[in-house]
Write a protein of this length. Sequence first.
Length: 544
Amino acid sequence: MDNNDLKLNEFKEEIINEIEKRKNDGILETENAEFLIKLINNADTKDDVLKLSILGTTYKRTGFHFDVRLEKNDGKTINYLKYNSDLSFNCSCGGGVTHKLIIGDNYPALLNLLISYKRKIKVIYIDPPYGKDHLGEFAKTNYDNAITRDNLLSMLYPRLMLAKQLLRDDGVIFCSIDDRNQAYVKCLFDEVFGERNFISNIVWSNKEGGGGSDSKHFRNKHEYILCFAINRKNLEIHAQDVEDIDRYTLSDEYEETRGKYQLIKLDSGSLGWVKSLDYPIKLEGKTFYAGGSYEKWLDRQNGGASIKDWGWRWSQDKLEWGIKNDFIVIKENSKGEWNIYTKQYLNCDSDGNIKPRKLQPIAIIDKYSNTQSNQLIKALGLQFLYSKPVELIKHLLKISTSPDAEEQDIILDFFAGSGTTGHAIMELNREDGGKRQFILVTNNEKTDINPNGIAYDVTSKRLKRVMTGKCYDGTDNFKWLEKNKPYNDELEVTEINQIPTSSQNIFNEIDEKLYNKDFKDNIHDKIDWICSEFEITCKKIEGE
């Protein structure tokens, strides 16, 4: 078996494993799954394997269905990365991170990235074109017929299947989406990543002020960010510093180590009733009952229905520990009622461990408006609609990446648009000393305001300006520089290029260094590598 067959068989095995999981979960009928596996085992290319997998998609659990439209491939050309020396640049100061920008359709770009980055990407953030006027010819959504989103979903599905293979075992993907399409795209993510790996549906308030003031029904000022893991057991979402620090105003003899504290009532009426947490407490000559009523406590103990939700937040053992270590206080309120409180310290957890208090992030982001992103684009001397705020992407990366990770965190955005994700990564690296690397993929769609295409007129220019402080023409007269310093990183720009499958020049055209390989003029190793990774071309050449 040659290397080409080995690579293809590895790909088949992964897809077949996914089909087996769908079958075992009751999503695919057994006979359909077995027939699909038979077809996949006889497929000639990775592209064919992926298409067969897509055709075998069903949504038995949700009743969700869309008509799949496959990517076009005439079988006569292959796509590969070609270096763009005009747009690539190094930093004169050295020591910066080398980031990557790929220009072209993201489907062949993802296939090419699989050659070098399989299971190496820590975070994927995407902002797909989900508006009815922003989907292009292949992916227009008809909002007058809201039964399906065939084009949008068909465009996303194979790309998500490829993205899944790029993510590390502790990887995470974020997807921005509006409220019209959120339910549909959520079902699609459930299919690809599995419902068990759904993490959160984050709500982002994206407008300042009233928002949508001309709306007839509701004023919508929010979008969503879907969050899925490859394996939720391996995913770590980092806790954040306490934002309401002003509430920690009280002091005691432990302030030097524990910090200041706030008081929180020990009883609660919203936790659900647990008999073992509904016990009398005798403290400083007084007896306390959760909810404050002896009669209702007695009724609960005897099986009555009186306020069944009340109970203490701590067990009796934990309470004894709290009393012994001065975490418990009794206090009289303005009505003359006595209550038991726990001390919540700023620099100490409720188990007595001395460390800054942090909280898991809330799945509502109520800052970072689109107005900020529009102003930033203008300050860079560029024109682009619908870019996301840098601070929003920074927030997502803060909770999902680490500046001191043992393995460099690589972040991929394959709907890169103006390049906000890259900008956010460099800003975050500057703040915490990290060495995160980005890979951006964007097409070069031409518009009235960007006649040379988005990649040439916006993405590459933005990255050049914030990295070096200069435009490609050497000028430095854009407003952003008044309050900011360039990041001094480097950029490798490649474009998706095509070559006929029958071309004998393929071994000269493909530069293995763009795929993190270097065969040092060993043409035989290079031929073997190309035959392994670009199987369509190899099969055509072998048949010559």
